[in-house]
Design a binder for this molecule. Structure first.
Ligand SMILES: [Fe+2]
Length: 387
């Protein structure tokens, strides 16, 4: 008999495949939209991706305005600027193009359009859900965040040194793997392991569900098989496609159950050390999984099997956690991921973030109670075991 589990839902339709971007204009006409605000950052503009998107909109008969000033870990001020532009220009939809920062800015700008004024009123520690009524189309250019198929918009509140969020309706995800081939190697690794962390944390979170498991397990298998190739052969469109699919599936996996303490650690690294989100998630992941493995041994076995690790069948949860953690660290070393020490932070700097980790709402979803002592030990282990 299967046990009762919380809801699984998918926020929006997804179009996937090389060339998917060319369907953009037609899709937006189908929604009755006429004028889009296209939101991205300088890297997307420099890579020529913004021009591809606006070209697809123009050829589909959709007028557009652009906002290209997104930065990593966007603040509520960036969102206000984009939202204010959308209102002033009479836009009737938003298109977020890029990694999580651009897509989350687009989601949160829809809140500004719903209620013009400082969006920080809605970016809270306990995220509110808002039906903004504005269509939001999301186009990822990394294979990692999965933000195109989640409702959460994560926004920095710099005055508080925290990242808080809101849940916002999204309308369409357009995932075109060809947009990921220009992704630098460093970002390929960081974002690819972010996708892995979404899947692995969604499988081990308190509120897991059967449908999310399906996407998570498949995503872990694809990342394990393809990330090294996407890293070493950036033009390999097969590996890029597999990674794009994996990241999208991992996004579907964590949309409902969300993530847990690994992401809480990454948020703390990001707020205090300006560590890129994916890098922080990757660095936190091995010891996060080692921590929770004894509490969720059957789930850790599925993760180990999806990673195609050699297993005897008799391993304890703790042993499975160690095997998974070691295999992840091997993957990180193979792709030359830097440790925290190389980022100029000390062990004491890292363990000093224990309070931040405890207070992050994501820690509540961890199957192990995250007390101050547990958080401090986890942070020390993260620092010590990948040096
Ligand atoms: Fe993430």
């Amino acid at each position: 008999m299967t046990e009762y589990r919380p809801v699984f839902s998918q926020p929006a339709p997804i179009i996937f495949g090389c060339g998917a971007i060319m369907a953009l204009g037609e899709q937006m006409r189908g929604m009755g939209r006429k004028r889009a605000l296209v939101i991205y950052d300088k890297g997307i503009e420099d890579a020529g991706i913004a021009a591809k998107v606006t070209g697809a909109l123009a050829s589909g008969g959709i007028d557009y305005v652009t906002y290209g000033r997104v930065v990593s870990d966007p603040s509520d001020a960036i969102v206000d600027e984009a939202g204010e532009l959308a209102v002033r220009e009479g836009c009737d939809c938003l298109v977020g193009v890029g990694g999580g920062s651009s897509m989350d800015t687009a989601k949160a700008a829809a809140i500004y359009m719903y209620d013009p004024g400082p969006v920080r009123r809605y970016i809270l520690q306990t995220p509110p859900s808002i039906d903004t009524k504005t269509p939001v189309v999301l186009i990822p250019t990394t294979a990692g965040t999965g933000s195109e198929c989640t409702t959460v918009a994560i926004i920095s509140r710099p005055e508080l040194n925290v990242k808080w969020s809101a849940f916002v309706n999204t309308t369409l995800a357009v995932v075109d793997p060809e947009l990921t081939v220009t992704l630098p190697k460093y970002e390929t690794v960081n974002t690819g392991l972010d996708a892995f962390s979404h899947a692995a944390e969604a499988m081990t979170v308190r509120a897991w569900n059967y449908h999310s498991d399906l996407f998570a397990e498949a995503a872990i298998r694809k990342v394990t098989r393809n990330l090294r190739t996407a890293y070493s052969q950036p033009d390999n469109i097969e590996a890029r496609s597999e990674m794009a699919l994996a990241a999208n599936w991992a996004g579907l996996a964590f949309n409902n159950p969300v993530t847990h303490v690994g992401h809480a650690c990454s948020d703390a690294f990001s707020c205090h050390f300006h560590t890129p989100h994916g890098l922080g998630c990757a660095l936190a992941l091995p010891e996060t999984l080692a921590l929770v493995a004894p509490a969720v041994p059957e789930r850790m076995r599925v993760i180990a099997e999806a990673m195609e690790l050699p297993l005897s069948g008799g391993e304890s949860g703790e042993q499975l956690g160690r095997l998974v953690a070691d295999a992840l660290r091997d993957m990180m070393r193979d792709m030359e991921m830097k440790p925290l020490s190389a980022l100029g932070v000390s062990r004491a700097d890292v363990t000093a973030l224990a309070r931040d980790v405890v207070e992050n709402h994501l820690s509540e979803y961890c199957p192990v109670d995250i007390t101050y002592g547990v958080a401090e030990r986890l942070l020390a282990n993260i620092y010590d075991t990948y040096a």
